[in-house]
Design a protein around this ligand. Structure first.
Ligand code: URA
Length: 344
């Protein structure tokens, strides 16, 4: 019996709804059979029944190419069903080729000359200044090579490597036996002025810094008279070890230590060199001539202008030479492009 809300078309036993024409009923039956697993091969039985081709229906299952046509059972074997439940691998899509990021053009690290390994002492320059330069600009030594390319931090790194090499140096057994420590040098890497003395004395050997004794106090005063702070100057010596009993450095010791001095100067690249005393001029410039003569010349080492003057320790012994030394410093300041103070 039909209820109040029924349309009156529903079948009572789940059969095809009433009111469908024969073709529609056949198509519906076929679809139900298809859903139950009955396969119709070949041809489209729905067409035979006058319905739309199965291929046009929205509910058509997309055949899984993984399941062969001959697969047993309506939904394939258990293995097939398991396979069906697994997501099919993504179909290859015809996409434009992924453009890989272009390799970054990282500029090659600036070629840096390898840190110097000082195996043996370099030869001291043996060339004398040319006669033509006797009273002019006298070039002594070899031109700097490549280090002008290095920035300050790299040069400072190199200087620290050099300092370690100096500390480990055992080239002069007589000096190694007596030294407390090596005295490398002190001052900023970009010092405009570099002062070169003779060798560490007692106080320098104890403290590890050049010119900290009585001669050092006088040097500080000389620099202050020039309007130059000691802390702005790079200060070092011909030798890095104290000679026993403060004797003068020997030629072989100066030769052994020369590469350390040359490398220090190449790394610091001062604009001006002040050589204090005959030992400094003899071993850096290879000049046997005394300070009394050299101090009046416009010297240069590797393109760096040089002023030679009396050693502060000498001035402590011969104070009347301080006037000459002050003249030397005024010449140096003028050559450095500074205005010398009127009085010392
Ligand atoms: N005399 C030098 O020549 N150098 C020093 O460091 C100290 C004294």
């Amino acid at each position: 019996m039909a209820s109040e809300n029924s349309t009156g078309n529903e079948p009572e036993n789940g059969g095809p709804p009433l009111g469908l024409d024969l073709a529609q009923q056949v198509a519906l039956q076929i679809e139900l059979l298809r859903m139950a697993g009955v396969r119709f091969l070949p041809g489209d039985p729905a067409k035979l029944a006058g319905g739309p081709p199965v291929a046009q229906r929205k509910t058509q299952a997309v055949p899984n190419p993984k399941i062969p046509e001959t697969a047993p059972g309506a939904f394939g074997s258990l293995a097939d069903r398991v396979r069906l439940q697994q997501p099919a691998p993504p179909a290859p899509v015809n996409q434009p080729p992924v453009s890989l990021p272009k390799p970054q053009l990282v500029p090659p690290a600036r070629p840096v000359a390898p840190a110097p390994v000082i195996e043996k002492p370099a030869k001291l320059p043996t060339s004398s200044p040319s006669p033509a330069g006797l009273f002019g600009l006298e070039q002594v030594g070899t031109p700097a090579d490549g280090l002008e390319e290095l920035d300050a931090s790299t040069r400072l790194e190199r200087l620290e490597i050099l300092r370690a090499q100096v500390a480990a140096c055992k080239r002069c057994p007589a000096l190694v036996a007596e030294r407390t420590q090596t005295v490398f040098g002190v001052g900023p890497i970009d010092a405009e002025l570099c002062v070169v003395g003779e060798a560490p004395g007692h106080n320098e050997d104890k403290l590890g810094e050049p010119f900290v004794g009585e001669a050092g106090q006088l040097l500080n005063k000389m620099l202050a008279a020039c309007g130059i702070e000691r802390s702005k100057v790079f200060i070092c010596n011909i030798l890095r070890c104290r000679p026993p009993a403060n004797r003068q450095p020997q030629a072989d010791e100066a030769a052994s230590c020369n590469p350390f001095l040359v490398e220090t100067l190449r790394l610091v690249r001062p604009k001006f060199l002040c050589l204090m005393g005959a030992t400094a001029t003899r071993y850096l410039l290879d000049q046997p001539t005394g300070i009394g003569v050299l101090r009046k010349r416009d010297l240069a080492w590797c393109g760096i202008p040089v002023q030679a003057t009396y050693h502060p320790a000498y001035l402590l012994r011969y104070p009347d030479k301080k006037r000459d030394a002050w003249e030397d410093l005024q010449r140096m300041l003028t050559r450095m492009g500074r205005t010398p103070p009127a009085h010392s």
